[in-house]
Ligand binder design. Structure first.
Ligand SMILES: *Cc1c(COP(=O)(O)O)cnc(C)c1O
Length: 441
């Protein structure tokens, strides 16, 4: 597979180069230059352990990577889980739990794969690199955990001061070793802009090997397609429709920067027979607006309870545009949209808990309500609704809503005892450059 900038298809590179550059030199995002036809693989796929399915996909997508089975085992020591569907007269919803990794959020899949391949590539080249990453909460903690104590790699995480949950802050600021947390006086969009500017700054890039680990990085984006394929194979096996594809299947994806959704749409583009996707957002609804009107108007993000989705200018929109030839009607024929308010998010957490005892985190709740609305409008559909974080990561909101404190996974509760180490910085490229050159230049 070759990868080209979303802004200039003539600049193409291989996977290793795309992984280390993060962003293309013209400021665009790397994107598959052509799409493989994986239908034969999907047709033969047996429902299997997640790392086995992942190994098959690694083999098919990156034939240049040696030992795909071992790579998949190393990267995915944790796995997704698909719940039994909740059936209603309208159809059914299953939940794809993506929070069983070290930071208890779906970003562990992409981060861990990226960390594993980067360590291998750097080892082979006998080089060092600095990973620069902006986070609105979960990316940074997944990246920090995935890269902690990897050889030859330092990680600098930028996060918006006061805009991540206390637990997320602990996840970013307590690891130490090769992980540094910069506390930015600004919003997530500021953090993201600073990182983007650093990558095209000639002085910085000539003195430090900088690399990204955001959802803009292909090494994070592409492995996120694996669990769509894995879940599809599980559903096909469960429904007894061995020969055919499961009918009327949609994935519902709580979205912010749209990396998760883009990965699912890529699997569809490679031939995964699903009927469509539902982009579920909070009030930061730039993409839903585009899907309805064809008008894309990025704007400053607003703070919500599902704060990992508070993105006003989603970077992966460029990739979605590339997949659908910049035709919003094509895009909206495959991707439906639902927008969920904070009040509706809390109401959903409360209602689902009272009805079933299941506790949803605010991001998952946005997706769940979107799934229910979609079912009501499309009777007989089957939905796989992605659960993107463990409810224990958002104790404050959840406890206030249902009066019950969700249990924190032990891997996370341990962090609350540890002291925070962060470095405050202004929301400018100059502040970031000074820090980076002092420390690694
Ligand atoms: C990052 C994140 C999202 C949004 O994912 P994108 O790929 O940015 O659209 C949703 N839920 C949680 C818990 C997240 O951490």
């Amino acid at each position: 597979m070759r990868f080209a900038s979303t802004r200039n298809p003539s600049l193409d590179v291989g996977f290793e180069e795309a992984v280390f550059r993060g962003l293309a030199p013209d400021g665009g995002l790397y994107h598959p230059k052509s799409h493989p036809d994986l239908r034969p693989l999907f047709e033969q796929l047996e429902p299997a352990a997640f790392d086995e399915t992942a190994a098959r996909l690694i083999e098919a997508l990156f034939p240049e990577l040696p030992q795909p089975e071992e790579l998949a085992r190393q990267a995915f020591e944790f796995a997704p889980a698909l719940t039994e569907p909740v059936k209603s007269p309208d159809g059914e919803i299953s939940i794809l739990e993506l929070f069983h990794g070290p930071s208890c959020a779906f970003k562990d899949f992409g981060a861990s794969f990226l960390a594993t391949v980067m360590e291998r590539f750097l080892h082979a080249r006998n080089e060092r690199a600095v990973i620069l990453t902006a986070t609105s909460g979960d990316t940074g903690s997944a990246v920090a955990q995935a890269f902690h104590r990897k050889e030859n790699i330092d990680v600098v995480v930028l996060y918006p001061a006061g805009r991540v949950s206390p637990l997320q802050e602990k996840q970013l600021t307590t690891l130490g070793d090769n992980i540094v947390a910069l506390e930015v006086d600004g919003s997530f969009d500021d953090c993201q802009r600073m990182v983007k500017e650093a990558f095209v700054d000639p002085e910085l890039t000539s003195r430090i090997t900088l690399s990204s680990a955001n959802s803009i990085n292909l090494g994070r984006l592409l492995p996120q397609s694996f669990y769509y394929v894995w879940a599809w194979a599980q559903v096909r096996a469960r429904s007894g429709e061995r020969a055919a594809a499961p009918d009327r299947l949609h994935f519902c994806v709580p979205s912010g920067n749209f990396g998760n959704l883009t990965a699912g749409v890529l699997a569809w583009k490679w031939g995964l027979p699903v009927d469509g996707f539902i982009a579920a957002t909070n009030r930061n609804d730039v993409v839903p607006e585009y899907l309805k009107s064809g008008l894309f108007s990025p704007r400053p993000s607003v703070a919500t309870y599902s704060n990992a989705m508070d993105v006003g200018n989603p970077s992966n929109f460029e990739r979605l545009e590339a997949i659908f030839d910049r035709d919003w009607r094509k895009m909206s024929s495959v991707i439906s949209e639902e927008v969920v308010s904070d009040e509706q998010t809390l109401e959903t957490i409360r209602r689902v808990y009272e009805k079933t005892g299941a506790i949803l985190d605010p991001h998952t709740a946005v997706g769940y309500l979107a799934s229910e609305r979609f079912l009501a409008a499309h009777r007989g559909a089957r939905i796989i609704s992605l659960a993107t974080a463990h409810p224990g990561k958002f104790v404050e909101v959840v406890e206030r809503t249902i009066g019950v404190r969700p249990e924190l996974p032990p891997a996370l509760s341990r962090l609350l005892e540890l002291p925070k180490h962060s470095i405050p910085v202004a929301n400018t490229l100059a502040a970031l450059s000074t820090f980076l050159l002092d420390r690694y230049g």
